[in-house]
Design a binder for this molecule. Structure first.
Ligand code: PLP
Length: 392
């Protein structure tokens, strides 16, 4: 038999599985072109051509050693290129020693939590948030503390943050551009957050890590410039991946970058490298490390997402939905038209609309749409949203 904990986890995440099954049933009846599935964050644009060409070339060259093990932190020349790329954007002085290549951001987060958490230590997150964090923190004996974001902006509530930090607080996790809201945190709020953390670190004589989960950092719209977390928080750990920027989620490639200003940085890097190995990842996929090291400046055509965002946002606002205009990622998070977001999801299903209730992200009364669906599907779905809205 499986463990009681995993059994409990299966039932607590059953909503997402059920939604998938409901979608499959609808597709069988109506055909997939008539079902509007906004539930999955699985990028549909193909990877940039240069990424695919690099992969093909590496396979064709077939150099000896291409498929070997390497340092558990990844190829040092790949890590050096990742560090240089970060330095170019931030003006910092990272070297390969500050980088661990990982199996995506999901793998990276597990490695970080495994490395830093003692039993029952706390990680603070602002709701709504990517719900896998619950499992990742629990995997390594930690406790996830959920505190609400400011409801008008979905930016962090710093008063709540200050009140929630105690001697057990080991880390804060932020995710900007955010899944599920698409909100980008401003430099002002991040600088104010850094002041809170520094004050609390002094008061409690402790280190509080700021973990910045940034897989959507290349998907920002309206000419917004993303604040540089490494320049704002001394004890910052960046987690990133190429799942979204390069449309490579199946390649499982990402990295951890640690602030070069941090005290005892080498011990942390040794811990991260050890945990990358002993969690069984061993090392990030070798061939994809090489692919991304040659294509670090590539990014999928983000205009594709921006156009979809504009159409969906304008339509939802026209229909009377209340919603913050997303500035990044490929999600939009409107208020549901009734308080009960689970019931609202069921009502949407009757119009062949598959949406994810806000409860999944820790905030009932909202729903998430992922616009990883074709423009044609979005255009076809507009009348379904209209019919849904007219019921309320
Ligand atoms: N973090 C956030 C906020 C995400 O939305 C996702 C995936 O959707 C991940 C991490 C995991 O991404 P990866 O494919 O890099 O593991």
């Amino acid at each position: 038999m499986i463990s009681n904990k995993v059994k409990d986890n299966l039932s607590s995440s059953s909503l997402v599985r059920k939604m998938f099954e409901e979608g499959e049933a609808l597709r069988k009846i109506y055909g997939s072109e008539n079902v509007f599935d906004f539930s999955l964050g699985n990028p549909d644009p193909e990877p940039p051509l240069a990424v695919k060409e690099t992969l093909k070339r590496l396979v064709q060259e077939d150099k000896p050693g291409l498929h070997s093990y390497m340092n558990n932190a990844g190829y040092s020349e790949v890590r050096e290129k990742v560090a240089d790329n970060i330095n170019k954007e931030t003006g910092r002085n990272l070297t390969y020693r500050h980088i661990v290549m990982t199996c995506g951001a999901g793998g990276a987060l597990n490695v970080v939590f495994k490395t830093i958490l003692n039993p029952d230590e706390e990680v603070i997150v602002f709701t709504p948030f990517f719900s896998e964090y619950r499992f990742y923190v629990d995997n390594h004996g930690g406790k996830l503390i959920e505190i609400p974001s400011l409801s008008e902006t979905f930016e962090p509530d710093l008063n709540r943050l200050e009140g929630s930090i105690n001697s057990k607080t080991k880390a804060i996790i932020i995710n900007s551009p955010n899944n599920p809201t698409g909100v980008v945190y401003s430099e002002k709020v991040l600088k104010a957050m850094a002041e809170v953390l520094e004050r609390k670190e002094r008061e409690l004589n402790t280190t509080i890590y700021l973990i910045s989960d940034e897989p959507y950092n290349k998907l920002v719209y309206d000419n917004i410039v993303l604040p540089k977390v490494l320049n704002i928080f001394k004890n910052s750990i960046i987690v990133n991946s190429f799942s979204k920027s390069h449309s490579l989620p199946g390649g499982r490639i990402g990295y951890i970058a640690v602030n070069d200003q941090m005290d005892n940085v080498q011990l942390l890097m040794d811990g991260l490298t050890f945990c990358n190995r002993t969690l069984g990842y061993i090392n990030a996929p070798g061939i994809y490390q090489k692919v991304i090291s040659e294509t670090l400046d590539e990014v999928v055509d983000k205009q594709i997402y921006e156009e979809r965002r504009n159409i969906l946002y304008n339509h939802l606002i026209k229909l009377g939905f209340s919603c913050i205009k997303p500035q990044g990622a490929f999600y939009i998070f409107p208020k549901s038209l009734i308080k009960n977001d689970i019931e609202f999801k069921d009502r949407a299903l009757k119009h062949n609309l598959i949406i994810v209730p806000g409860s999944v992200f820790g905030v009932p009364g909202y729903f998430r749409l992922s616009y990883c669906v074709s423009l044609k599907t979005i255009e076809k779905s507009l009348s379904a949203f209209e019919a849904l809205a007219s019921e309320f």
